[in-house]
Design a protein around this ligand. Structure first.
Ligand code: DGL
Length: 298
C-alpha cells in the first residue's frame, strides 16, 4: 500500500472509530492484538512495533521511559485512541507510570505478569517467572509475588536469548529449534521444583505451544493475555458510549506501524500478512505529514 493511501486509511479509520493502540518493541504484542481483534473484529487497531529500539530488555528504566514518551507523542499526532496498551512487560514495569503522567488524557493499559494465578495455583510453593533482564531485575515482580503468596519462592530467570530468537523469526522455526531454545529454562525450573511458570515477556507468547508441551506434565504455564484484553475491552466499551464515538459510523481495520528505517524486511511483511495487518513505516508517515505536530488532514 502507498504511504499516502495508508495515511488516508489511518485518517478514515480514526474518524470513524477511535482506535486501540498497541505498543511493543517488536512482535511480542501481536498475540495480544490477535486475541483482542478476534473478539472485537469491528474495532480499529493500530499496532506499533518499535523495531528501531528493539530490544527494550537490555536498556535501563530511564532509557525505555524516554523512548516510549517520544514514541507515544509521535503516535498521538495521528491517533486519538480509546485505549493505549503497552503489550510489553518491560515497557510496563519501566514506563507505565511516566506515560500516565505525561499523557493523562489517554487510557493506558499495562501488561502485568500473571504472577497472581500462578502463585495461587502452586502446590510446591515454587514459581518460575521468565522475562527480560529489565523486567526480572525490577522490584515489582517480587512485590507482586509477596502480595499474593508470601511464602512462595520465585525463580526469576532472564531469557534474552528467547526474545532474540522470537523477534528474528523464531515463531516460524521448526519445533525442534523452538524446543532447543525453551528447554534449558524448563529444566532449570524442574530442578528447583517449580510447578508454575509465568511468561513475563510478551514475546514468549509466540512460543506458547512449545512452552506448554515441554512444561507438561507438572508445570502449568500462565500468561496475561486474557486479563490484559478484558481490561482493554472494559475501557474501550466505556469510551464507545461517549456521544462523539457512538454517533460515528463503524469501520474495521488493523494496521501495523514499524519504527526504524527502510526497507521493511520480508519477515515483517510475512508477519503483517499472517496477522491480517496493513504495514507501513512510521518514518514514512512522518515525512509525509505533521509539520507542526498537527494531526494529518486527509
Ligand atoms: N516484549 C517485551 C516484554 O514483554 C520485551 C522484548 C524486548 O526486550 O524488547 O517484555
Amino acid at each position: 500500500m502507498l504511504h499516502t493511501d495508508f495515511l488516508n486509511r489511518l485518517n478514515s479509520l480514526h474518524l470513524s472509530n477511535k482506535p486501540i493502540l498497541f505498543f511493543d518493541s517488536g512482535i511480542g504484542g501481536l498475540p495480544y492484538f490477535r486475541y483482542f481483534y478476534e473478539r472485537n473484529p469491528r474495532d480499529t487497531v493500530i499496532y506499533i512495533a518499535d523495531r528501531g529500539h528493539f530490544p527494550y530488555g537490555s536498556k535501563t528504566r530511564e532509557e525505555i521511559t524516554g523512548i516510549l514518551i517520544e514514541l507515544a507523542a509521535r503516535a498521538l499526532k495521528y491517533v486519538e485512541p480509546s485505549a493505549a496498551v503497552l503489550a510489553c512487560n518491560t515497557a510496563s514495569v519501566s514506563a507505565l507510570n511516566a506515560l500516565r503522567e505525561t499523557f493523562p488524557s489517554v487510557s493506558w493499559v499495562g501488561t502485568v505478569p500473571a504472577i497472581k494465578p500462578a502463585v495461587l495455583a502452586s502446590k510446591t510453593h515454587r514459581v518460575g517467572v521468565l522475562g527480560t533482564d529489565r523486567t526480572i531485575e525490577d522490584p515489582y515482580i517480587m512485590e507482586l509475588a509477596k502480595k499474593y503468596g508470601p511464602g512462595v519462592k520465585i525463580a526469576a530467570l532472564a531469557a534474552p536469548d528467547i526474545v532474540q530468537f522470537v523477534e528474528h523469526g523464531g515463531e516460524r522455526a521448526a519445533e525442534t529449534e523452538k524446543a532447543r531454545v525453551v528447554s534449558p529454562y524448563i529444566e532449570r525450573l524442574r530442578a528447583v521444583g517449580a510447578d508454575a511458570l509465568v511468561l513475563g515477556c510478551t514475546h514468549f507468547l509466540l512460543l506458547l505451544d512449545t512452552f506448554r508441551r515441554l512444561a507438561a506434565p507438572g508445570i502449568g504455564v500462565y500468561d496475561s493475555v486474557e486479563g490484559v484484553i478484558r481490561r482493554v475491552e472494559k475501557i474501550s466499551k466505556t469510551s464507545k458510549t461517549a456521544p462523539d464515538a457512538a454517533a460515528a459510523g463503524r469501520m474495521s481495520g488493523a494496521v501495523l506501524l514499524l519504527t526504524g528505517s527502510a526497507p521493511i524486511e520480508p519477515l515483517w511483511q510475512k508477519r503483517a500478512c499472517a496477522f491480517g495487518l496493513d504495514i507501513c513505516l512510521l518514518d514514512s508517515l512522518d515525512s509525509l505529514n505533521c509539520p507542526n505536530n498537527e494531526r494529518p488532514v486527509p
